[in-house]
Ligand binder design. Structure first.
Ligand SMILES: [Fe+2]
Length: 187
């Protein structure tokens, strides 16, 4: 048989607050506090909502990849004829998620060959100067001299070119995804 639910404490409080103005004020305060808590919780939810898809994103299995320095690994088989690339083997290890290589630009720089405006259809690209220097141009950024220890990202699709570089320049480049298209804008 169904029993009549006893009045909850909250219900009793509400009933009491109807009688006393002081209790009414206290109840209002509590309500405000509770709203504030709700706001924070809603914010938390928002943060979590943003984080969840990243965590649930289908992640291809990766394996450990280690690459040690070996002079013979620098090969002139990459994107640019004036560069030698030491591939770090991360494209295979990440099933195409990313690639990374050390680039040695062959000096002296010939601007006629090198300084051609282009962009890459990538998700992410960063460069770190390991040795020497390189002068870059990026649309909206202008010319920048990148020296040993300098690092930068080139947002997807940004038009850019290399203006000049030192004969001994070495760069570490990380790109996502491993396979991408380069569009040359000048002949
Ligand atoms: Fe480029």
């Amino acid at each position: 048989m169904a029993r009549k639910k006893p009045k909850s404490r909250a219900a009793s409080k509400t009933a009491a607050s109807k009688k006393s103005p002081a209790r009414k004020a206290a109840a209002k305060k509590t309500a405000a506090k509770s709203t504030a808590r709700k706001t924070i919780k809603a914010k938390d939810r928002k943060t979590k909502a943003r984080a969840v898809p990243a965590a649930k994103r289908a992640r291809l299995k990766q394996r450990v990849a280690v690459s040690h320095h070996r002079e013979e690994d620098f090969k002139a088989d990459g994107l640019r004829a004036y560069a030698k690339y030491r591939d770090l083997g991360f494209a295979d290890a990440t099933q195409g998620l990313a690639q990374a290589h050390v680039i040695r630009l062959i000096g002296p720089c010939d601007p006629d060959e090198v300084s051609k405006l282009h962009f890459h259809d990538v998700e992410f690209q960063m460069v770190y100067v390991l040795k020497g220097w390189v002068k870059t141009y990026m649309e909206g950024q202008g010319e920048t001299l990148m020296e040993e220890g300098s690092a930068w990202i080139q947002p997807p699709g940004i038009k850019h070119l290399i203006m000049d570089y030192s004969d001994d320049v070495e760069l570490l480049e990380v790109i996502l995804p491993a396979e991408f298209e380069t569009v040359e804008l000048t002949a």
